[in-house]
Design a protein. Structure first.
Length: 344
């Protein structure tokens, strides 16, 4: 027969002769006292009552749990559904009688379009158009002369000799293009060619640097720029290729502080650098404060070989007007404009 060990709970096998004696558990090694035959018989007679007891206990617990959960669901339904005891299912609404409309009755009226008068008088409209004055157009005359004080960059905190680190932020222009020293250029790729010869030393060069920063700041995020100074040779920006105005502005500030005024006035090498850019510039700003050799004019024209899409060159003479005829010719050859900035 099968019995359970008192110590480890595992099954033991015992014979009828061993009942009432002791055996050693083969699992845990403890000595187990076996019940005698009478004790074992009495335990077997009591076992059938256990299922009835357990079933009755479980049934009472189950019924109690069922009643509790039903009550809980009922309370939750009152809260969620906003149910109010005794409230009617709906309020009775009386709809008044609507007036009848006979959609097929035209009342015998026929609309004659020939009798309808026009609400607008053609002659009055013409008079109104004639009285409208167009807005005054900005002067685009080639060779306009302006004073430097009119062109002070919006970001400068003082005179033209103010430090570059004090320059404030410029406004962002709408669309492609930018403005440099009072001249507007259209296009997505703008190159600035600026004089840094010995005659530009002092406030003049500082002013031009401020104007360069303002021009870059006012470009849209999609535009690109490049800068080439010149004296006896080209002094290009230290980062080649087309640059982004938003990402490069801080580096441009640092680089401008290294540009010094020295040497002669020989701009052709700067134009050669500008026309190496791929794709070529949409527009070039070219400024100088002195006279240069006449062969620069045909040299620039030969470089600008874009045909109908050639680069427009906007020429600016600064303080010294001796180069005006040459600057005008460069601007005319390219379809650009010329301006002279006359004084501080």
């Amino acid at each position: 027969m099968q019995l359970s060990c008192f110590y480890c709970g595992k099954h033991l096998t015992a014979t009828a002769k061993q009942l009432g004696g002791e055996v050693v558990c083969p699992h845990c090694g403890n000595v187990v006292r076996l019940p005698d035959a009478e004790q074992l018989h009495a335990a077997e007679e009591k076992e059938p009552e256990a299922p009835t007891h357990f079933w009755l206990t479980d049934s009472i617990s189950g019924v109690a749990s069922l009643l509790f959960h039903m009550a809980l669901l009922f309370v939750l339904s009152l809260l969620v559904c906003d149910y109010r005891i005794g409230a009617p299912e709906g309020e009775e609404v009386t709809i008044g009688e609507l007036p009848g409309i006979n959609l097929t009755d035209s009342s015998g009226d026929v609309l004659d379009t020939s009798e309808v008068e026009q609400s607008s008088d053609t002659s009055s409209l013409d008079e109104l158009i004639d009285n409208i004055e167009p807005p005054a157009a900005a002067s685009s005359e080639m060779g306009e002369e302006v004073s430097l004080s009119q062109l002070l960059p919006s970001g400068a905190s003082g005179g033209a000799s103010g430090a570059l680190n004090t320059i404030g932020g410029g406004g962002g222009s709408v669309g492609a293009g930018t403005t440099f020293m009072g001249v507007r250029a259209e296009g997505s790729r703008i190159c600035i060619i600026a004089d840094c010869s010995g005659s530009m030393n002092g406030p003049k060069l500082e002013y031009v640097k401020e104007e360069i920063l303002e021009a870059i700041r006012s470009m849209s995020r999609e535009s690109e720029f490049q800068i080439v100074f010149f004296n006896s040779q080209a002094v290009p920006y230290n980062m080649r290729g087309w640059r982004n105005p938003k990402r490069d502005i801080d580096n441009v500030k640092r680089w401008l502080n290294t540009v010094m005024a020295q040497g002669g006035t020989m701009p052709l090498s700067a134009f050669q650098e500008a026309f190496k850019l791929t794709p070529p510039p949409d527009a070039i700003f070219f400024m100088t404060d002195g006279l240069f050799e006449a062969d620069v004019v045909p040299g620039v024209k030969a470089l600008n070989v874009g045909g109908s899409r050639k680069t427009k060159i906007h020429a600016i003479s600064f303080l010294d007007k001796s180069s005006e005829p040459l600057m005008r010719q460069i601007a005319t050859d390219s379809g650009g404009t010329y301006r002279h900035v006359s004084a501080f």
